[in-house]
Design a protein around this ligand. Structure first.
Ligand code: PMP
Length: 380
């Protein structure tokens, strides 16, 4: 099996595993109990991870809140900031702007808020899969309290102009959240330049463990907790800290900081080779999304498959997805492809191939050969 699903999750880097291991046996104490040296030591490891992650985002260590992953970070940013807005007195006429191609962990909490009376505008992408600054500005009202727009889309890899949006929202004093799950650790992200109040990230997209992530919070006064318990993480996220996971995330961030450019260049060359070879199979095969404003590791490719057939039924040796892994439970066509104007049939015959640090040249060649073979006789 060739793994081409790195946008869904990545293999843990051995260096990350090595950093995590001692946290399970020698440094297992609860980092919140610093009344003894073992707790203090565990807390030291958590703080070092905080420093490494903060360095990746150019923020203060104290602005990082650990969570169980980007799903929780997105929920905390959205539900927690609206809760804080409501506590500050704005109980009526709350408006939120987002896009229709966000991950389900942004769409679902916003749909829940909409059911409770918050007004939510879902902006559609243009045909390149981008959410434009002009469309965001046009949807802002006096009652707009929060804008949540993802940095790079997890299905197409298309990047939206977060910095441009950030500048405008700062002037208008509107809170700004971005889901950076697909760009954190892969790009030089600077929260000050981006102008965001909240930024979500996850460890398992950057060769770290699953079930751990974080939220950058610019000003803790602008957000309230959505879980209640102990006072960990500035009182914003209670629960005993996942020390092995956090240390793994810190190590993954440290490695990425050093090698993200080398990784990106190598991955970009692989993607160019892959896309050129796939497009040579048939003139109607298309690579979706903006061709320049796109992260290097994701290719969304639509195949002109004969009606009634589904390409993935014929692919046995490549681990890939059609749409997001999180949507695969219901086998529904990708909401991103549909919002970009594809038919249900075309959305179902769009493959997301995502390359990673451990992908080899041989694997890229094998994927090309396999897809050439499999598509024979299936295309219109
Ligand atoms: N947002 C985006 C854009 C993602 O790609 C993912 C992972 N599929 C998530 C959020 C959810 O992240 P996690 O798995 O850490 O909850």
């Amino acid at each position: 099996m060739i793994y081409m699903d790195n946008a869904a999750s990545t293999q843990c880097d051995e260096r990350v595993l090595a950093a995590m291991y001692p946290m399970f046996n020698s440094h297992f104490a609860n980092p919140s109990n610093t009344s003894h040296s073992m707790g203090e030591e565990a807390n030291g490891h958590v703080n070092e991870a905080r420093r490494l992650v903060a360095k990746n985002l150019n923020c203060l260590d104290s602005q990082i809140v650990w969570t169980s992953g980007a799903t929780e970070s997105n929920n905390l940013a959205i539900l927690g900031s609206i809760k804080a807005t409501q506590s500050a007195g704005a109980t009526r006429n709350i408006h939120v702007v987002t896009s229709s191609i966000e991950h389900k962990s942004v769409l679902s909490p916003l749909e829940a808020l909409a059911r409770s009376g918050v007004e939510v505008t879902f902006i559609n992408p243009n045909s390149d899969g981008q959410i434009t600054v002009a469309d965001i500005v046009a949807s802002i009202k006096d009652s707009t309290k929060l804008v949540s727009i993802m940095h790079a889309n997890n299905e197409t890899g298309v990047i939206s102009n977060i910095e441009g949006v950030g500048q405008i929202l700062k002037e208008r004093k509107i809170l700004f959240h971005t889901d950076a799950s697909q760009t954190f650790g892969k790009f030089n992200l600077d929260v000050r330049k981006l102008g965001v109040d909240f930024l979500s990230f996850s460890a398992h997209k950057i060769y770290g463990p699953k079930g751990v992530g974080g939220l950058f919070v610019k000003d803790e006064a602008k957000i309230q907790p959505i879980l209640h318990g102990g006072g960990q993480e500035l009182g914003l996220r209670p629960g005993t800290l996942n020390v092995p996971g956090i240390v793994g995330l810190g190590k993954a961030a440290e490695i990425s900081y050093v090698q993200r450019e080398t990784d990106a260049n190598r991955i970009y060359e692989f993607r160019k080779r892959l896309e050129a070879a796939l497009m040579s199979i048939h003139p109607a095969i298309t690579v979706n999304g903006h061709q320049l404003e796109r992260i290097p590791n994701i290719s969304s490719v639509s195949f002109p498959v004969k009606q009634g057939l589904r390409l993935t039924d014929y692919i046995n040796n490549i681990a890939l997805s059609t749409g997001s892994a999180c949507d695969n439970h219901d086998r529904a066509p990708s909401h991103v492809m549909i919002k970009m104007g594809k038919s249900v049939h075309s959305a179902r015959n769009t493959l997301r191939l995502s390359i990673g640090r451990f992908t080899t040249e041989d694997e890229i060649e094998s994927v090309i050969s396999e897809l050439k073979l499999v598509t024979r006789g299936l295309l219109t």
